[in-house]
Each structure stands twice: as C-alpha cells, then as structure tokens.
Design a protein around this ligand. Structure first.
Ligand SMILES: [Fe+2]
Length: 288
C-alpha cells in the first residue's frame, strides 16, 4: 500500500537498513493464530466463484490453508520455486523508495502483526492477514509476479518524475482493488477486496459502485477512498493485458499529459469510459 500516513523517517530499532525485521513467528500468541484461522475460514468459504482463478490457484499451491499465521520463510521457499518472489517482514508502512526497491527485486514487504479480535472487519493499516492472505497468492501467478516487479521498477522511475500520485492510483485500482473479466463473469483479484468479508461481496454484487473497463490513463487520473468501500472498480480483461500495457507504455510522457488534466473525482463517469455497470451510488449517498 502506498499511503503517506504513519511512515517513519528511518528504520526503527531492530530493523535492518532495508527496513526488514525478522517475522519472529514464535512470538505469535494462540490468540493471534486463532484470529488468522477465523479470518481464513470466513474468506475461504466466500471466495470460490468470486475470486479470480489465479488467486485461488495461488492459495492452493502455496498451501495457505495450513492452520495458523504462515511462516514467511516457508512461504518464501514455495514462492521462490514458483516465481522467484519472497515475503519479507517490515514493522509497518515503509518509505516509497524502500517499498519500490523491494518490489523491483521481487521481495514483497508484509506487516508481521495481526489485527485484534475486535478488528476483524476493519483495519486501515495493512496487517499480516491483508498482506499475506490478500497479496501473496497473486505472487504465485507468473504474469502477475512480472507485473509487480515491473511496477516496482516503474515506482523507482516515478520518484524522480514527481509522479507518485499517478502510479499510486494504478496500484490502488489493480493490486489493491482490481476486478478481472473471466469467462464465467467478473472476479476479484485485488488484495483489499479478497481479504475483506464485506467488500468481496460489495465489489461484485452491490448495485452502488461503477464497474468500468480498465484504461491506464483513466485509472491514473482517478482519486480514491482509503476509508470505505470503493465507488469505482476497474476491470482488466486479463493479467497478460495488464502486464503488456504496463511494460509497453512510456510513462514519462504520459505523466506529463496527466499533469495537464484535472483529476477525476471518485464516482464520476467520463464520456469515453466503457462502463460495465453504472453504479447507483446509493451506498455512498446513504453514508453522506
Ligand atoms: Fe495492500
């Protein structure tokens, strides 16, 4: 996740220069493992028929159904064989350059704490359930694994181009909250959705949000909400296409074009959008 909040200036005590810390698996309490198991059981029941094939395959090949919080070393061994990725623990949100450096080198940074039992449904800071259950299965997919590495390298370049706002939105609307059109229908693959009991239903079933065909420039102009369900979901046709667009686009001139255009407010539909579902926005209105 790329957020400005809670990012520290220097690695905290006990962290390496690259901000990683030992996962310290032995320190999880039985309560911590029980929280993971509760969350896991609830999502595992809900996701077949909702999550993308790639996500469900990842959950399976990484053997994430083994009870308790996964051991990052064990998980990294499996991932390394499949796609060359590893999972490393960090103490919280890390600075953008650190985040991109890890990603460009196929290291996924994951929070090592788990939410409290009274926070099962809502947590703003990414914990081990969000990061591992939400993100890691997709890293077992070779195409998505390439996409994330390309994203990390793109992030390193964007740092020097004053363009993080735009690239952050691409992450948000794909890695965190993406939908994909599969032959059987729309499926979720974004980690923020697959790790949320309520949003894994809302994103697919609720009439409120817009569901719009993915367009790179459009996505990068679009604002988003971090504190509630999304009002827009962007739908990719395939992971191959997402990767292709990302590696074939020359981002530097695109950023310059985007800087000359206004940002698009959440929920707004543009005349050029290919709208798959025009949302009622009832959910957002009821909350306003
Ligand atoms: Fe995330």
């Amino acid at each position: 996740m790329i957020e400005d909040t809670h990012v520290m200036d220097a690695p905290p005590e006990g962290a390496g220069a690259d901000w990683t810390v030992p996962q310290d698996w032995a320190h999880y309490t039985p309560q911590d493992h029980a929280t993971w198991n509760t969350l896991f059981a609830r999502q595992a029941k809900l996701l077949p028929g909702r999550a993308s094939d790639a996500y469900l395959r990842g959950l399976d090949v990484l053997k994430l159904s083994k009870p308790g919080i996964p051991d990052f070393e064990e998980l990294s061994e499996r991932l390394m064989t499949l796609t060359g990725w590893q999972v490393v623990a960090v103490p919280g949100l890390v600075p953008d350059d650190v985040f991109f450096d890890h990603m460009a080198n196929r290291r996924f940074v994951a929070g090592n704490f788990i939410r409290r039992p009274d926070q099962l449904d809502y947590l703003q800071e990414p914990d081990v359930f969000h990061d591992v259950f939400g993100h890691v299965p997709m890293l077992a997919d070779p195409v998505f694994a390439d996409y994330l590495e390309a994203y990390g390298r793109g992030g390193q370049r964007a740092l020097g181009l004053d363009a993080l706002k735009y690239l952050g939105r691409l992450y948000w609307y794909t890695v965190e909250f993406g939908l994909i059109a599969e032959p059987e229908g729309l499926r979720i693959y974004g980690s923020g959705i697959v790790s949320s009991y309520a949003e894994s239903r809302f994103a697919l079933d609720d009439p409120s949000p817009n569901r719009i065909a993915f367009d790179l420039a459009r996505v990068m102009r679009t604002e988003y909400r971090i504190d509630d369900f999304q009002q827009n979901y962007f739908v990719i046709p395939s992971f191959d296409e997402l990767l292709r667009v990302t590696v074939e686009t020359d981002f530097a001139p695109l950023y310059e074009q985007l800087k000359a255009k206004p940002d698009v407010p959440v929920a707004e539909i543009l005349p050029e959008d290919e709208v798959l579902t025009r949302g009622t926005q009832d959910y957002a209105r009821a909350k306003a």
